[in-house]
Write a protein that binds this ligand. Structure first.
Ligand SMILES: *Cc1c(COP(=O)(O)O)cnc(C)c1O
Length: 364
């Protein structure tokens, strides 16, 4: 057998360690996972209730058109139903885009460091990946523009960026869109959209009127707390959506995801409450960093990247033994950092005291 050559030596995605595995391995009774940017407050209770209401529908294929959630999202964000494509998480929409646009003759432009799935999927399609170094965690849009040529098919703007939590402002983004050639698709990955509080964060939906080469990605996995259900979507003009639709598997979301996402969109109070708590907690993380003279990357998300001036793996190992799973920056392009998801007040307080212990007992 011979798999396509792009797969040779390609590592598979390493997710944050599962809680149960860590408990078993280290003999801990309580483990807190702050590694995958999940919502520490779960999801709207209305979502679980909606799933229970369709719990007897396991034998029936889901609606391949995703009519219920399509209608809901279209109304909520003010676009037409034919401007939406739903994926098994927005991860799957990234896969659709790479499959539809990239091949060995083409290239794609990303920031570096950024979300790993752009490069992975592009590599599988055989495309050249042009990774443009960021400046202090922020996309260097001018340099990304320079990297574009006639064979470029997609440029990825992760906004806010994972793993740095930083963002690109409205003026810079619009200026970028105006300069990107029309043959290049610009993807604005807005997985943390709901958490953003910056006034000059770009509101991209109105830009779809003017830019046919723009695709916006959103997800129910982060603020909406539905990561287990795997549902996210892309928004673009109807022609672009029609172009990528043949790539989408016919039943790529479950009935349960549709039902839960519809219900979640009806609970604005839940999101508002989570975002308020997150904003307050982020400030506490920043205070902690200032108090201990640690550099951090200002975050518009529900995670924060902190530079501990020592190997990120060392921080990871220390915290793991104390029952906290975080992400080492080592594999994320920030070797002396750790990326930590904002938890509940109690989780954050406990984490701060463990971190304090680490800083005092093992100074660099
Ligand atoms: C979490 C995340 C996603 C993907 O989330 P799904 O669960 O697949 O919807 C996409 N982009 C970024 C930047 C993320 O952090």
């Amino acid at each position: 057998m011979q798999a396509k050559k792009q797969l040779h030596g390609l590592p598979s995605y390493k997710p944050g360690k599962p809680i149960e595995e860590v408990k078993r391995e280290l003999g801990l009774s309580k483990v807190v996972k702050l590694a995958s940017n999940e919502n520490p407050y779960g999801s709207s209770p209305k979502a679980a209730e909606a799933i229970r209401e369709v719990a007897d529908q396991t034998a029936i294929y889901p609606d391949g058109y995703a009519a219920s959630i399509r209608e809901k999202v279209a109304a909520k964000i003010g676009v037409s139903e034919n401007q939406l494509v739903f994926g098994n998480g927005s991860d799957e929409v990234i896969q659709f885009l790479c499959r539809a646009f990239l091949s060995p003759e083409t290239n794609t432009v990303t920031a570096d460091p950024t979300f790993s799935q752009y490069k992975l999927n592009a590599t599988i399609e055989g495309a050249e990946v042009r990774e443009v170094p960021s400046v202090d965690g922020v996309h260097d849009l001018d340099a990304m523009l320079e990297a574009i040529d006639e064979n470029t098919r997609i440029v990825w703007v992760c906004n806010p960026n994972n793993p740095s939590g930083t963002y690109v402002g409205e003026k810079a983004f619009v200026n970028f869109l105006e300069k990107v050639p029309a043959h290049v698709l610009v993807v604005s990955d807005e997985a943390y959209y709901e958490y953003v509080t910056a006034d000059d964060y770009p509101e991209t939906l109105p830009l779809l009127e003017k830019f046919d080469n723009l695709m916006i990605l959103r997800t129910f996995s982060k603020a909406y707390g539905l990561a287990a259900l795997r549902i996210g979507y892309g928004v673009a003009n109807p022609t672009l959506i029609a172009t990528i639709n043949p790539v989408r598997p016919p039943f790529n979301n479950t009935t349960f995801a549709h039902a839960a996402a519809v219900a979640a969109l009806e609970d604005d109070d839940f999101i508002k409450d989570c975002v308020e708590k997150n904003t307050k907690s982020l400030k506490q993380f920043e205070d902690f960093c200032r108090k201990h003279n640690l550099k951090y990357y200002p975050s518009q998300t529900n995670f924060i990247l902190i530079d501990f001036n020592r190997s990120g793996d060392e921080v990871f190992d220390y915290l793991l033994k104390k029952g906290f799973i975080v992400r080492s920056g080592q594999a994320l392009g920030f070797p002396t950092c750790a990326r930590i998801t904002v938890g509940t007040d109690q989780e954050n307080e406990e984490l701060f005291s463990v971190l304090e212990e680490m800083l005092v007992s093992n100074p660099v």
